[in-house]
Write a protein that binds this ligand. Structure first.
Ligand code: CO8
Length: 374
């Protein structure tokens, strides 16, 4: 069977950083203004007063310290509380495509591939800035790639599900090499006025080149030994924004359910056993044990969650280098998180070293990719 390798990865990181302290100052100013404006209703018990956020809570509950965002001023303005991104004309590259092209250039350079070597583009992300035409086709055109492109969305698991789809297509002979891009503008579908989640997400884009091992020339090759994707329906992470919105009376306004929302505790409880079992059974079915693993590149949502999964899979507390976290700097970047961890923490592995890239999130969805350094 055709052997498929990851031969290049790239990360595009926006310039703006928001620290927990900056975020909390803006949120608390908003909460104080809200409480002042609604003082009479709060007093009468008609409206609930907004509680303030704290940087100490954020760090302790999540491990997140900073996040990169495309626009900082809008998010930190208590009168706006969302990113402000200028609308682009049809002649300009869309924002997601622009991020994707930047990350893709690094990935293609690492893989030693030019546009003529690639036959398909997959834009795998947890939201797309328009319904159609597909962002992937725009990226394909911008890079001068022939063949085909399509968008897919499996929320936080978009990258790992994209890897499985690309691996299968290369094996099946429909493409020699495939570019996957994961442009995540999480800041635009996050409710920055909700203290339960305002600290969780950041913006970034990752890119991955997969190809037939026979033609790969990169110094940075990881053979894909196996992939496994699972889904299990849950409403605990949900965003109801969609094209049926205007068909429903009263749904035109910016309602809370039109943005990311979650039952964080339930997600924590339900996803942990799902993911630990996925990784351990996936390893077992490939005749591998925890002792064979040099690295875990986990989804980057919560530090305690990753500590738990790492300990469960390895049967001991993982050393920091065995399970690198990037969420303290990037926060949760949805599908891009485990790929940032992989991209920034894989070059030191030696030939034959084995690791697992694992994602988990809305759906629920979880993906496990076992790789071996060539
Ligand atoms: N500051 C101070 N106090 C706070 C704050 C805050 N900012 N927020 C909450 N609190 C309070 C709560 O009100 C609560 O108070 P009380 O005890 O009086 O009721 C107390 O702190 C504890 O709150 P929680 O129980 O909510 O705190 P947790 O310890 O559970 O931590 C987390 C909250 C960090 C959200 C945690 O539950 C978590 O990480 N859960 C897992 C989340 C997860 O992995 N989700 C996956 C989502 S990602 C995904 O699928 C991608 C979707 C697509 C992308 C969307 C882009 C926008």
């Amino acid at each position: 069977m055709t052997q498929v390798v990851i031969s290049g990865t790239g990360v595009f990181t926006p310039e703006n950083i928001i620290s927990n302290d900056e975020l909390v100052v803006a949120f608390n100013a908003y909460a104080q203004a809200f409480n002042k404006d609604n003082a009479a209703k709060i007093e009468a018990g008609e409206v609930e007063a907004m509680a303030e956020s704290s940087a100490e809570f954020i760090d302790k509950a999540s491990g997140i310290q900073n996040r990169f965002v495309l626009n900082k001023s809008g998010i930190l303005d208590p009168e706006i509380m969302h990113p402000v991104l200028p609308e682009r004309s049809e002649d300009e590259l869309s924002l997601m495509a622009e991020m994707a092209v930047k990350a893709a250039s690094t990935a293609m350079e690492q893989a030693g591939k030019s546009a003529e070597d690639i036959d398909a583009v997959i834009c795998a992300a947890s939201n797309h800035e328009r319904a159609y035409p597909a962002i992937a086709i725009e990226v394909q055109q911008a890079l001068g790639i022939s063949g085909f492109g399509f968008d897919m969305n499996v929320a936080c698991s978009s990258a790992t599900f994209g890897i499985q789809a690309a691996r299968d297509m290369i094996r099946g002979g429909s493409a020699r090499a495939i570019l996957i891009v994961n442009p995540e503008i999480c800041s635009a579908h996050l409710e920055w006025r909700d203290r339960d989640c305002h600290f969780i997400f950041g913006d970034v884009c990752t890119a991955i080149v997969l190809e037939d091992a026979e033609q790969a020339k990169s110094d940075h090759q990881f053979e894909i030994l196996d992939t496994r994707c699972i889904t299990q329906f849950s409403n605990n992470i949900r965003n109801d924004n969609g094209f049926l919105r205007r068909t429903r009376v009263g749904h035109m306004e910016d309602r809370r359910d039109m943005l990311f929302r979650q039952e964080g505790r339930k997600v924590f409880r339900e996803v942990l056993p799902l993911v630990s079992k996925l990784i351990t059974s996936h390893l077992e079915d490939n005749q591998l044990s925890a002792d064979d693993l040099s690295r875990l590149w986990l989804h980057q949502a919560n530090k305690s969650m990753n500590d738990f999964i790492g300990a469960k899979v390895l049967g001991r507390t993982p050393e920091a280098h065995e399970q690198p976290n990037i969420l303290q700097d990037y926060a949760n970047t949805s599908s891009a998180g485990s790929m940032i961890a992989f991209s920034q923490n894989s070059n030191d592995l030696k030939s034959g070293d084995i690791g697992v890239i694992c994602s988990f999130g809305a759906g629920y969805s979880a993906g496990s990719v076992i790789v071996r350094r060539k």
